[in-house]
Design a protein around this ligand. Structure first.
Ligand SMILES: O=C(O)COP(=O)(O)O
Ligand SMILES: [Mg+2]
Length: 231
């Protein structure tokens, strides 16, 4: 599968460009400790990441990917605020960029693709992480999980990008590690690429409807055919 004449490449952040789980897990466990709740191994917390900070907090308080219906909303609000404070202090301590991501993004940008991030992570954390990891200045637009009323798997963030950049869904490809990315793309009538090395709640991304599934970020380059190549 090749993608012809695309103009905008929309990237998920966590589990796609960066492995942020070490710092998310640290901050989650610091929050749980502060509330005298049980803490969890990094591997367990990894499977809870992908639906934003509030859902991660609720899963952690529930001790399960399935959020308990008995959680007190005021307690969740307090826990979320503690989590966000800890994450602010530890936003990029052990977070790292996945192999081949930086050079591939630079190559794609040089080829003329417009690069965008659409993540479910709260917006305030995106720029500091990109700055610290040397990925700032590559992206034309950053959309977080709290930028708009809805987030992935809802298509709202992708439709917003199209409107802002003046392109249509068929001009874009969504690239991510999670079914949330693929479902959002499908709902927006956008093609998608799934990456196998991320989180995806411990599930196999190849069964979730992406147009292409790749193991290596560098292979995105050969999956794109520019207008010039296609002629
Ligand atoms: O849930 C998160 O914070 C991570 O979300 P992302 O995979 O959409 O970047
Ligand atoms: Mg992700």
């Amino acid at each position: 599968m090749k993608f012809t004449n695309k103009e905008v490449l929309i990237f998920d952040l966590d589990g796609t460009l960066i492995d942020s789980v070490p710092d998310l897990a640290l901050s989650t466990n610091l929050m749980l400790e502060a509330l005298d709740k049980p803490t969890y191994p990094v591997d367990t917390i990894r499977s809870w990441v992908g639906n934003g900070a509030s859902v991660l907090t609720q899963r952690a308080l529930s001790g399960s990917i399935d959020i308990s219906p008995d959680l007190d909303p005021l307690f969740v609000e307090k826990a979320l605020s503690i989590f966000l404070d800890f994450y602010k202090q530890n936003v990029c301590v052990n977070t790292c960029v996945y192999p081949n991501v930086k050079t591939t993004l630079q190559d794609l940008k040089e080829l003329g693709y417009r690069l965008v991030i659409v993540t479910n992570k709260p917006e305030q954390f995106i720029a500091p992480i990109l700055q610290k990891l040397g990925l700032a200045n590559l992206f034309e637009m950053l959309v977080g999980g709290d930028t708009l009323p809805k987030r992935k798997p809802d298509p709202m963030q992708l439709e917003y990008v199209c409107n802002k950049l003046g392109v249509s869904a068929t001009d874009c490809v969504m690239i991510g590690d999670s079914k949330n990315d693929i479902y959002a793309a499908t709902a927006a009538n956008m093609q998608s690429i799934g990456l196998t090395y991320g989180y995806n709640h411990g599930e196999d991304i190849s069964t979730q409807g992406a147009n292409l599934v790749l193991d290596d970020f560098a292979d995105i380059l050969s999956a794109m055919i520019s207008t010039a190549d296609a002629c």
